[in-house]
Design a protein around this ligand. Structure first.
Ligand code: HEM
Length: 426
């Protein structure tokens, strides 16, 4: 007769996980902070600003949770009458839009929404953008080369993915930086409490109006772009409601640049801080694909996925997860877990295999992964080739990170180019 061991209850964390992970030192070098969480336990209990959370810290458990159909992305599918944090009465409508997006849906609704855009993001479709990505990169580097120092974020890492996704979606050029500015304000961590929401409310209204105007524009002036395709799919039958359409555009515009900015920015910084790996990549450019995967794993542009909700009582790593629990899956901690990646705290651009979870896993696996890979695979080598003497223009401790445990990214990255090397196209 087998004896059943009762599951344990989750270990309460004796500090605020978010505050801990958002400390500037932990942003700059998150390895120790995540290792500490993993040492505390596989499932930790933590009260965030919005809800009681169960935090999953280790690689195997994060992977399993990502493919577990007993975990829902849509809180409303638990069936206990509980609401999503985004449904609170005071939550501005722009935030509520996320509720209608695929990332907050479960099958079969999720599949229906994803199918509508999937074909625009297949590796084959994205390969066709290669030439355009190369062209935009070269133009941005031309401009950067005219300056003695430049900001990698403002001059390359941000405008490249923003231009690419804006062109795919058909956002008119003059509107792009405005979208970005509004988004930046709306997503500031300070706006994620009641006072911040009130202060930022006008920006949220502006962002909402921006998205609705874009859809309206493409209804009136169809183009060869994704918003037009979505609008037409919408009008061709009962495929997309107005809110679903707006949420889709919002999700694509947001996910299509914010994340890749971090990959390029964090990736270049990691290489500059590991001169042996940088030299190896310069000597063996064919390593670029492996290098991008390692930069994704090591620098974690996206630190967590959207919350998951337990549809039933279950167990993770021998810990009881009651139905209705909110789960925070720490992708970044999984990617830095030594039990899954030998020498996880070391950047090794030859690491192979490299089964990182930087793009998530399961049905919500990142739709834009092929696009992000193409952009990074073109931008990083082009930058290194153009500037053989590239180096940090400020001491490492002056580099400013954004305080956000969900997205790990730099405010700016001042770089300088050794004299005599700037300005030559390869
Ligand atoms: C380095 C760049 C990127 C990283 C690290 C990244 C990461 C992720 C992750 C972790 C998820 C899973 C979310 C979850 O399970 O809750 C996700 C989903 C998603 N990503 Fe990305 N992403 C990146 C770039 C992009 C780009 C360029 C796009 C372009 C449109 C994009 C669009 C999406 C969409 C639409 C989803 C939702 C998919 C679904 O729910 O089925 N991402 N991404």
């Amino acid at each position: 007769m087998s004896t059943r061991i009762d599951p344990a209850t989750a270990m309460p964390v004796p500090f605020d996980v978010q505050r801990e992970l958002e400390r500037p030192e932990a942003r700059a070098d998150p390895f120790a902070a995540y290792a500490r969480l993993r040492r505390l336990g596989p499932v930790l209990r933590w009260r965030s600003r919005f809800a009681e959370n169960l935090v999953i810290t280790r690689y195997d458990d994060v992977m399993n949770a990502l493919r577990d159909p007993r975990l829902a992305n849509d809180r409303r599918n638990i069936g206990d009458g509980g609401k999503s944090p985004l449904e609170r009465w005071w939550m501005p409508s722009i935030m509520k839009l996320f509720l209608g997006s695929m990332v907050m849906k479960d099958p079969p609704d999720h599949r229906r929404l994803r199918n509508l855009v999937q074909k625009a993001f297949t590796p084959a479709m994205v390969e066709r953008l290669n030439g355009r990505v190369e062209q935009i990169t070269a133009e941005l580097l031309d401009t950067a080369a005219n300056k003695p120092t430049f900001d990698l974020i403002a001059d390359l890492a941000l405008p490249l993915p923003l231009t690419v996704i804006s062109e795919m979606l058909g956002v008119p050029e003059p509107e792009r930086m405005r979208f970005r500015e509004l988004l930046g304000k709306v997503l500031e961590p300070a706006s994620m409490n009641l006072v911040g929401l009130v202060l930022n409310y006008p920006n949220m209204l502006r962002l909402n109006r921006f998205l609705r105007r874009l859809v309206q524009l493409r209804r009136e002036q169809p183009g060869d772009d994704l918003v037009t395709a979505l609008v037409q799919a919408d009008e061709g039958g009962d495929r997309l409601s107005e809110d679903e359409l707006i949420s889709m555009v919002f999700l694509l515009l947001f996910a299509g640049h914010e994340t890749t900015v971090n990959l390029i920015g964090n990736g270049v910084l990691a290489l500059l801080q590991h001169p042996d790996q940088l030299q190896l990549l310069r000597d063996r450019p064919e390593l670029i694909d492996l290098a991008i995967e390692e930069l994704l794993r090591f620098t974690n542009p996206v630190g967590t996925v959207s919350p998951r909700f337990a549809r039933e009582d279950l167990e993770i790593a021998g810990v009881r997860i009651p139905r209705g629990s909110t789960l925070t899956l720490l992708l970044a901690s999984a990617n830095l877990d030594d039990t899954a990646f030998p020498g996880a705290g070391r950047l090794d651009i030859t690491r192979n295999p490299n089964r990182h979870v930087a793009f998530g896993f399961g049905v919500h696996y990142c739709l834009g992964a092929p696009l992000a890979r193409v952009e990074a695979r073109i931008a990083i080598p082009a930058l290194l080739q153009r500037f053989p003497g590239l180096r940090l223009a400020v001491p490492a401790e002056k580099i400013r990170w954004r305080a956000n445990m969900g997205l790990r990214g730099l405010e700016s990255l001042p770089l300088s180019v050794a004299p005599g090397h700037a300005g030559r196209r390869a």
